[in-house]
Design a protein around this ligand. Structure first.
Ligand SMILES: [Zn+2]
Ligand SMILES: [Zn+2]
Length: 343
């Protein structure tokens, strides 16, 4: 039985083009005690591979976190399979607003220790004692309450291109860091203020809200389904959209535009811009914001140095990279001294 990808990303992209079918990009998660994650993982792969599902799915003892795409005409089969699994029956699926047939090019189902790398010791607190879940309308109402502190639970490169009006956006690289910084900032308001939090699809708030309740916060609320579900409800029900800019997403689309506002700037020239790119120098791969004119001038690179390296023949680039294999990890989080206009 084939339990892993056979095709390269290029071969897969070609097949998608040839098929000429619309694909849906979907995400969902569920915290649930899974006895044998490896067996569950294999079951998902065996069932989803024939349905032409592609994506990145994490399975752990604590549950499942899935980001994937599939042909629109296979959706009902896929949904029927989810409904056949007790803890995934009728689960809310976040469907991407902007469709991209190549959002994912491989099916990767991985067994992990956790479905989100949150750095938390879950034995310390009750992860099921969560905050109050709010829909878009309820969220807007609480956001307008002067007694509310709204916190963006995402990382700096995510909130930089889009966030809710008036939200605190911690300048952090990881979820774990944000938990401590927010707690320190709000330590005098554990009982008198509403702590209102949101993230991309809701999953980070599931843990964060339980964590803050354990830390003594009395009024903890979270946006159910995150920015993705909020946007869907805003569009469907004609509710006022309080989110400004773009929603950062973790596939090759990089973001979805939610409002026409551009809230960030090009990291190289300071012009108003909210387009993320990865530095074209493979050894760097820095994630940063770059406007069209800088993109052309710098040939999609973050620095003159990277531009020069990127112009070398591939073999010479490989030679230069020897012994420096970690450089892309260092820069991965979107921070570098070469970015003059990164706030
Ligand atoms: Zn620029
Ligand atoms: Zn670079």
């Amino acid at each position: 039985m084939q339990l892993y990808n056979k095709l390269s990303a290029e071969e897969r992209a070609q097949l998608i083009d040839e098929a000429g079918k619309d694909r849906l990009t979907i995400s969902f998660y569920q915290y649930h005690n899974i006895g044998n994650p490896q067996v569950f993982r294999d079951h998902l792969f065996i069932t989803w591979d024939p349905l032409e599902v592609l994506g990145r799915i994490y399975v752990a003892k604590e549950g499942i976190n899935a980001q994937l795409s599939l042909p629109a005409d296979r959706f009902h089969e896929f949904k029927a399979h989810l409904d056949s699994i007790s803890f995934l029956k009728d689960i809310r699926l976040n469907v991407a607003i902007e469709q991209d047939n190549k959002s994912f090019l491989k099916l990767k189902v991985k067994v992990r220790d956790k479905i989100v790398a949150d750095g938390l010791n879950d034995d310390l607190f009750d992860v099921t004692n969560k905050g109050v879940h709010l829909n878009a309308e309820e969220f807007n109402k609480l956001l307008a309450d002067p007694n509310t502190i709204c916190v963006d639970m995402r990382n700096h490169y995510e909130s930089e291109i889009g966030h809710f009006d008036g939200a605190l956006t911690p300048d952090v690289d990881t979820f774990r860091d944000s938990l401590d910084i927010i707690e320190a900032d709000l330590k005098d308001h554990k009982e008198d203020k509403n702590l209102l939090m949101y993230c991309t699809g809701g999953i980070r708030c599931e843990k964060a809200s339980a964590y803050y309740k354990y830390k003594g916060f009395k009024n903890v609320f979270q946006l159910e389904g995150g920015i993705i579900e909020y946007t869907r409800q805003v569009n469907e029900k004609g509710i006022e959209n309080k989110f400004k800019g773009k929603n950062f997403v973790f596939d090759h689309r990089k973001s979805e535009r939610i409002s026409e506002d551009v809230v960030s700037n090009c990291h190289q020239c300071g012009e108003s811009c909210d387009t993320h790119v990865n530095c074209a120098n493979e050894a760097c791969h820095l994630l940063f914001i770059q406007c069209d004119s800088c993109n052309k001038k710098m040939e999609e690179c973050c620095s003159v140095e990277c531009k020069e390296i990127n112009a070398l023949p591939y073999e010479e680039q490989k030679e230069l990279r020897k012994g420096k294999s970690n450089s892309n990890k260092i820069f991965k989080k979107g921070r570098s001294e070469v970015l003059k206009f990164k706030k």
